[in-house]
Ligand binder design. Structure first.
Ligand SMILES: Nc1ncnc2c1ncn2[C@@H]1O[C@H](COP(=O)(O)OP(=O)(O)OP(=O)(O)O)[C@@H](O)[C@H]1O
Length: 503
């Protein structure tokens, strides 16, 4: 995909040096909510960036966009890892624009500016931004080499991007990004989505002459069809692009894909949504979410964002509100919310080299025994931030808040073997067949040992294994321990326990 219009003029107008001080001279009320200048934007020397990127070597190369290439740079004696954007065209405008805007906004859901380099040794300005080690949302959604994200992750990414866009729109003056798309959503170290690439962004009020004179720009497939002339620009153009992104997140389909008819995701999805066939647009690789209301809300919201009449689209504040509700629902669906309330788990995975596990068959044993002893207690993964008790390093238990009944388990199992995102970080893995009993090396004894085999649950004549996984990356989980007790079963025959299994 390329830019429909992204010429130098469009950004030169924004970055016209005569206008640079415009906002600085504005009275206080027009100042942005938070400026980065206070936080300190660093000026880097070209030679330092050259060293930090091994001379912009292929080893440091992260990717190429329409304006240039991006390299990983290790600075400050390895303490600071950044991404350096190097413009290939002999033009500073996109870089100037990005520096100008990012130096005025800061948000944890943005790929924030760290600094830049404009010394005489470099031909074009270099931008230094936060390094995002986990690729882009585009990669996560469309790469065949990684497992597609589950619904909880999809909703979380959608909400995080919505919050980033809302922050931009609610600034004073507002920022219109103009290039919201999955390849501009990068994934940080903690698997959070961040909106980046401000090369086309505009800062100012829509009535500002400078904004009104900037030619339309964006990426085909995401570009608002009602944004045809410079004066059409508004925050609602971003809402449209966001709607396309949301459809892409829901369906796993590209914004435009010539393999399909119709190729545009909007033309394909909106009639299905209007006809109430919400499940039909769900990514076939993950299937529809358990709670039908989740997919209904998501699809209807996406359809509203891509309405052709800009004024009928919701504002980003409403989008955030709606997704917050969906997010709560996806994390606490009718069945899973009960599960969350009654699951006891040792929420930090006991990695084999974890300090809590060092020589700790004892620790493992006491943890297991503790679980049994306290089998009446039921705790929540999701509520771990609440009233949690720390039981030795790496083991956190929260207070008892509910119970798990056989009826709940039975209804869960109707869904069959599956993975359920609970809070974006933890996943319940319901497996029909027991995982192979793992052999692990016990650090103290240095011998190979077989840890306790997984406990099974026998319901409706079928055996299932329940595990709690803590997300390591998009497709891998550290399996931890899950204990479920049945309050109505005093003999505790049905205690389900799956301690210390590693994958
Ligand atoms: N902060 C970053 N951390 C890590 N990788 C990054 C970062 N910024 C960009 N990249 C990588 O570099 C690639 C190029 O990024 P860039 O923003 O220049 O272009 P793009 O968004 O992919 O395309 P376009 O320029 O057409 O919008 C991205 O696809 C991404 O893989």
């Amino acid at each position: 995909m390329g830019y429909l219009s992204c010429n130098a003029e469009s950004t030169i107008k924004v970055c016209d040096p005569c206008n640079w001080d415009y906002y600085r001279k504005e009275p206080k009320k027009n100042k942005p909510r938070r400026t980065r200048n206070d936080a300190g934007i660093r000026q880097f020397r070209y030679t330092d960036l050259l060293t930090a990127t091994n001379g912009f070597s292929s080893d440091s190369f992260l990717g190429k966009g329409s304006h240039g290439s991006v390299y990983k740079a290790v600075l400050d004696d390895g303490k600071l890892i950044t991404a350096v954007k190097k413009t290939s065209k002999n033009c500073n405008s996109p870089a100037d624009n990005e520096i100008e805007i990012l130096s005025r906004v800061y948000h944890p859901r943005l790929v924030n500016l760290i600094g830049y380099c404009s010394d005489s040794l470099c031909k074009n300005k270099l931008i230094v931004v936060e390094y995002m080690p986990n690729g882009s949302l585009y990669d996560l959604l469309h790469s065949s080499s990684c497992k597609p994200p589950g619904w909880s992750s999809r909703v979380r990414f959608a909400l995080q991007v919505a919050k980033a866009v809302q922050t931009l729109h609610s600034g004073n003056p507002p920022v219109i990004h103009r290039d919201i798309k999955s390849s501009n959503v990068l994934i940080d170290q903690r698997w959070n989505a961040r909106l980046g690439d401000f090369g086309l962004a505009l800062i100012g009020h829509v009535e500002d002459v400078r904004i009104k004179c900037t030619p339309p720009a964006g990426t085909l497939g995401y570009l608002d069809p009602s944004y045809l002339a410079p004066s059409d620009v508004s925050t609602k153009s971003d809402v449209f692009s966001y709607g396309i992104l949301l459809l892409e997140i829901i369906s796993g389909r590209h914004a435009i894909d010539l393999k399909y008819s119709p190729p545009s995701v909007v033309d394909w999805a909106v009639p299905l949504i209007k006809g109430g066939d919400f499940a039909a647009i769900c990514d076939g690789r993950v299937g529809p979410p358990v709670d039908e209301e989740v997919i209904r809300s998501l699809t209807v919201l996406a359809a509203r964002c891509v309405r052709s009449a800009a004024e009928k689209r919701p504002g980003m504040e409403e989008v955030v509100e709606c997704l917050t509700v969906v997010s709560k629902r996806v994390h606490a669906g009718p069945v899973w919310s009960n599960l969350r309330r009654c699951v006891r788990c040792v929420h930090k995975p006991m990695a084999i080299n974890h300090p809590a596990f060092e020589g700790s068959e004892e620790a493992a044993r006491s943890s297991r025994c503790g679980s049994r002893r306290n089998s009446r207690k039921v705790t929540s993964v999701a509520d771990r931030g609440g009233e949690a008790n720390v039981i030795g390093e790496g083991v956190v238990r929260s207070k008892s808040i509910g119970s798990f009944t056989e009826a709940m388990a039975t209804s869960m199992l109707k869904i069959g073997p599956t993975e359920i995102d609970m809070d974006g970080e933890h996943v319940v893995l319901v497996r029909k067949k027991p995982a192979k009993t793992p052999t692990v090396k016990l650090s103290k004894s240095r011998s190979m040992g077989v840890l306790q085999s997984p406990r099974l649950m026998n319901l409706n004549g079928k055996q299932y294994v329940f595990e709690i996984g803590k997300r390591r990356n998009s497709s891998e989980f550290d399996i931890s321990k899950l204990v479920i007790n049945f309050d109505d079963d005093k003999s505790q025959r049905k205690i389900l326990e799956k301690p210390l299994v590693f994958v």
